[in-house]
Design a protein around this ligand. Structure first.
Ligand code: FES
Length: 247
């Protein structure tokens, strides 16, 4: 057929053998989505500005060295990108192994289980075992913040993806959150290491919405997720199971 004419604002590239045309400046990750290809990710979301910290979305580009992050690399005309080579799979598995070695292994009782992106990525990358000790797991375990009536923060489940900090800034225009500490001790903190309620947090929930784990968690979800709160439908008025018990 007639070759497609590209406007100055469009670029055409090949991702895993699929030709895709996107607006110049589009990241490789988003171009891949247009081509029907999902690249593993933890720090990127559909709405936030890319950050490039989790290193899970690495790709290979023919003719280039290294493994750039697809979320921060703009698509260019004529690029040939590979997202699923054995080398990439090995690198991603290695990254996930490090994340899991620094995370509590309480999936069975965790409120986010089944809706946890860390869990999903462990599965997507085929991680079956962690060779490292669990010295880092449960780090910051004592750092739980229940001060906000709507959500809680559990630092031990934080993977420091920075999504919440960016959501606070980008969607709410508030600068209530920051990353503090280094290594195993790195975590999100509100204000000058204050409880959330004493910081500039306005309880908008943007941070909770983007958290990939149960680190920032709506309190109602936590309650609903625990079996001891199972519905009691002894009330004669309705079958919702609000917990009302007729004496
Ligand atoms: Fe690209 Fe995290 S999704 S580095």
């Amino acid at each position: 057929g007639t070759p497609r004419r590209e406007s100055a604002q469009e670029v055409t590239l090949e991702i895993d053998g699929e030709m895709v045309t996107v607006t110049a400046g589009t990241s490789l990750m988003r171009a891949a989505v247009d081509a029907g290809i999902k690249i593993p990710k933890l720090c990127a979301t559909d709405s936030l500005e890319p950050f490039g910290s989790c290193r899970l979305c690495l790709v290979e580009i023919e003719g280039r060295r290294g493994f750039p992050a697809s979320c921060t690399t703009p698509a260019e005309n004529g690029m040939k990108v590979h997202t699923q080579t054995p080398k990439l799979q090995q690198l991603r598995k290695g990254v996930m192994e490090l994340y899991i070695s620094d995370h509590p292994l309480d999936c069975l009782t965790c409120a986010a289980s089944g809706d946890c992106e860390l869990q999903e990525m462990a599965s997507v990358t085929g991680l079956r075992e962690v060779r490292y000790g669990q010295e880092g797991a449960n780090h910051c375990q004592s750092l739980k913040d229940e001060s906000n009536p709507y959500f809680s923060y559990d630092a031990s489940k934080c993977i420091v993806c920075n999504r919440c900090v960016r959501a606070c800034e980008e969607t709410q225009g508030t600068f209530a959150l920051t990353i503090s500490g280094r290594g195993f001790a790195a975590r999100v903190s509100a204000g000058q290491d204050q409880p959330f309620m004493e910081s500039e947090c306005v309880s908008c929930g943007a941070c909770v919405n983007v958290c990939p784990t149960a680190s920032l968690q709506e309190k109602t979800v936590i309650e609903l997720g625990q079996s001891e709160h199972s519905a009691i439908t002894t009330c004669a008025y309705c079958g919702v199971g609000c917990g009302f018990k007729a004496e």
